[in-house]
Design a protein. Structure first.
Lengths: 243, 51
C-alpha cells in the first residue's frame, strides 16, 4: 500500500488531485446547490424565528468550515514543522483565504440573523468575539505569507502563528460552553434529539454542510496546485538569474 | 418563491452576500490557477528552448 507521504511530492500531489478535482468540484456544486435550494424553497418557516431560520443553511456550514479550515491549517503546519514537506505548508497557505471567506460569511449572516432575533447586529458575546479574533488571525496569517520573501521562513513563521491562532479556533467552537453567557445559543447540532434542530431543517442542513466541506476540499486542492506551481516558477526564475 | 414574510430582506441579503462571496472566491481561485499554470508552462518552455 502506498504511503500517505508520497503525496508530499509536489508532482504526485498535482497528478493525483488533477484526477480527483473534477469529481470533488462536481459533487460540491451538486450538494451545495441542491442543499441550498432544498433549504430555501422547500422548508417551512420556524414558529419562533420565522423565515430567518433559512439563514441556518449558510451560517452554520460556513461557521463550521471557518473553524475546521483553521484546524486543517494547524495539521498541515505541524506536518511542515515536523517533516518539512513543502506541499503541507503550501496547502495551509492555500486554505487560509478560503477559511477567511467562510469566516466573513459566518460573521455577516450571523449579524443579519442577529438583528431581528436579538435586536442588535453585534454583541461582544464570547462566541462572536472569538470568531472576530479568528478572522483577524486569518488576515494576519495571509499577510505574513505575503510579507516574507523566503518561502521556508514564511512557512516557519506562519506555522507558529497558526499554532497560536488555534486557541481561538477552539474557543470560537466551545466559547458558549466555557462561559455559558452571551446572546449566542449553544450548538445548533447535537446528538441529543431534544436539543438538535428539527428534522425538517436538519436534513437540508446536513446536505449544505457536506456541500461546504466538498467546496473547501476542491478549492484547497486547486489553490495548493497554484501555490506549488508559483513556488516552482519562483525557483526556476531564481536559478535562471544565477546562471 | 417562498413567502418570507417580514424577514424577506434579511433572508435575501444573507443569501446574496454569501453567494457573491462564494462565487468570487471560486472565480479568483480558478483565474489564479489558470494564470499560474500558463506562466509556469511559459517559463519551462523558455528554459527548455534556451537549454
Amino acid at each position: 500500500m502506498a504511503s500517505v507521504w508520497e503525496y508530499a511530492n509536489p508532482k504526485k500531489f498535482i497528478e493525483t488531485t488533477d484526477r480527483i478535482l473534477p469529481w470533488v468540484a462536481g459533487l460540491a456544486v451538486v450538494t451545495l446547490v441542491g442543499g441550498l435550494i432544498w433549504g430555501f424553497f422547500f422548508t417551512p418557516a420556524d414558529y419562533r424565528q420565522g423565515s430567518t431560520v433559512k439563514i441556518i443553511y449558510l451560517h452554520v456550514p460556513s461557521a463550521l468550515m471557518a473553524i475546521n479550515a483553521w484546524l486543517m491549517m494547524l495539521v498541515a503546519s505541524l506536518i511542515w514543522i515536523v517533516r518539512r514537506h513543502h506541499v503541507s505548508a503550501l496547502a495551509a497557505r492555500a486554505a487560509a483565504p478560503v477559511g477567511a471567506v467562510m469566516t466573513v460569511i459566518a460573521l455577516v449572516t450571523g449579524a443579519i440573523w442577529g438583528q431581528p432575533m436579538w435586536g442588535t447586529w453585534w454583541a461582544w458575546d464570547p462566541r462572536l468575539t472569538s470568531f472576530l479574533i479568528l478572522f483577524l488571525f486569518y488576515l494576519g496569517y495571509i499577510a505574513l505569507w505575503q510579507a516574507i520573501e523566503n518561502d521556508d521562513t514564511a512557512a516557519d513563521l506562519t506555522s507558529v502563528l497558526c499554532l497560536v491562532g488555534s486557541v481561538f479556533a477552539v474557543l470560537s467552537r466551545y466559547a458558549v460552553n466555557f462561559w455559558n453567557q452571551g446572546l449566542h445559543q449553544g450548538a445548533s447540532l447535537s446528538m441529543d434529539k431534544e436539543q438538535n434542530v428539527a428534522d425538517v431543517f436538519w436534513y437540508p442542513l446536513i446536505v449544505c454542510m457536506a456541500g461546504f466541506v466538498l467546496l473547501f476540499v476542491a478549492l484547497v486542492f486547486l489553490r495548493t496546485q497554484t501555490e506549488i506551481r508559483a513556488r516552482r516558477m519562483r525557483a526556476l526564475l531564481a536559478r535562471e538569474r544565477l546562471s | 418563491m417562498p413567502d418570507l414574510g417580514k424577514y424577506a430582506t434579511e433572508v435575501m441579503a444573507s443569501y446574496a452576500v454569501s453567494l457573491v462571496l462564494i462565487v468570487a472566491l471560486v472565480a479568483v481561485s480558478v483565474w489564479r490557477a489558470r494564470s499560474a499554470k500558463a506562466a509556469l508552462d511559459a517559463v519551462e518552455a523558455r528554459i527548455k528552448r534556451n537549454g
